[in-house]
Design a protein around this ligand. Structure first.
Ligand code: NAI
Length: 343
């Protein structure tokens, strides 16, 4: 089976080569992202393997189908960059629902601690033999209230970590679950009570700009906002305004609304065109990492293994355990629920 692998990075390749060889899957790696201009590179492949900033819109789907591609394997959990209804009947779409929720949840806590204990400032100071403590006063997490939005796999691990720090945890989820170790509240109550807000829900039409001007009118002054989920959950301009008006005390962002133009690439020595991102990065209370939360050895191995398993199952005409729901409307006769392929 031949798979065109888009947006390939040097850290992706070893694990995919190892698991691919075991299951007879040959990957052809392309640095470029998949989009309408690059889709031709997939010609002659049975499938494509894509990441968070590749574009799988209706036009790309039609072109992939026309050149013989029949499966899209997302090597990530989120799938907001894929037009699933356009794929239905043409391209099977699989993802990696869980690889290491610990990787993302731990990175979220690492960002929070770095920010509130000013580790990023202290690191630079001591590198320059500046041992002054002025301006480095932080605050205890113990006893603070953290509001977790989205209590799925990652949100729940983050809740456990926060409880270990002696924090009060409140949560909001559109589909609440039992036994998460936190009190569910409404979104408005969460905004009003949280000292720290952490986003762990998917990006959908409903959650787009969940943190925008309206929400920032309801939060506690000085709130710390953490986003390791998807950039467009936050209206970046509203966030910048909230920081300037001292409503937002700090922001830690592993994802950014317009990240696809800049993240995963080296822009040092270049002029960054995105003024909002550039201004956010100049703020002393903003920490940006470039969609790095997933990047652990354990997660990379697990992503490659699960993706290769899905591709091998597709090649063998077996059911696809990690096929995404296309929203076909057949709720009564859902094939996925019967562990069959959706089409
Ligand atoms: P999950 O599917 O296990 O959990 C998502 C939760 O969000 C579910 O409990 C769901 O009910 C809830 N939810 C859905 N719609 C909602 C809404 N409108 N309001 C509030 N909650 C809602 O997903 P998981 O594995 O925990 O991942 C969460 C997100 O983390 C993913 O969607 C992805 O965007 C992001 N992610 C980021 C990574 C990174 O490297 N920064 C890596 C992996 C995932």
């Amino acid at each position: 089976m031949k798979i065109a692998f888009f947006d390939a990075k040097e850290y992706d390749i070893p694990a995919f080569e190892r698991f691919g060889k075991e299951r007879g899957i040959a990957f052809k790696y392309f640095d470029t992202k998949l989009n309408e201009d690059t889709v031709g590179l997939a010609a002659g492949s049975d499938g494509v393997c894509v990441f968070v900033n590749d574009t799988v819109n209706a036009a790309v789907v039609d072109k992939l189908y026309a050149c013989g591609v029949r499966i899209v394997a997302l090597r990530c959990a989120g799938y907001n960059n894929v037009d699933l209804s356009a794929c239905f009947g043409k391209l099977h779409v699989v993802h990696v629902p869980a690889y290491s929720p610990y990787a993302v949840a731990e990175h979220t806590m690492a960002l929070l601690l770095t920010s509130i204990r000013r580790i990023h400032k202290a690191y630079n100071r001591t590198k320059d033999f500046n041992f002054s403590l002025s301006g480095l006063t932080g605050f205890d997490l113990h006893g603070k209230t953290v509001g977790v939005i989205g209590t799925g796999r990652i949100g729940r691990v983050f809740i456990d970590i926060c409880r270990g720090f002696g924090m009060r945890v409140i949560a909001y989820d559109k589909y609440p679950a039992e036994g998460i170790g936190a009190e569910y509240t409404s979104l408005d109550e969460l905004f009003a009570r949280s000292d720290i807000i952490s986003l762990h829900c998917p990006l959908t039409e409903e959650t787009h700009h969940l943190i925008g001007r309206e929400a920032l009118g309801k939060v506690k002054k000085g709130v710390v906002i953490l986003n390791t989920s998807r950039g467009a959950l936050i209206d970046a301009e509203a966030l910048l305004d909230g920081i300037k008006r001292r409503i937002v005390g700090a922001a830690c962002l592993d994802v950014y609304e317009e990240e696809s133009d800049v993240f995963f690439r080296d822009f040092s020595g270049h002029i960054v065109e995105d003024d909002v991102l550039a201004r956010l990065i100049t703020m002393p209370n903003v920490i940006v990492t470039s969609h790095q939360a997933f990047l652990t050895e354990e997660a990379l191995g697990s992503i490659a293994e699960t993706t290769v398993q899905s591709l091998a199952a597709f090649a063998a005409d077996e059911p696809l355990e990690h096929e995404l729901c296309y929203g076909c409307g057949e709720t009564e006769r859902c094939r996925k629920a019967r562990k069959a392929r959706c089409f």
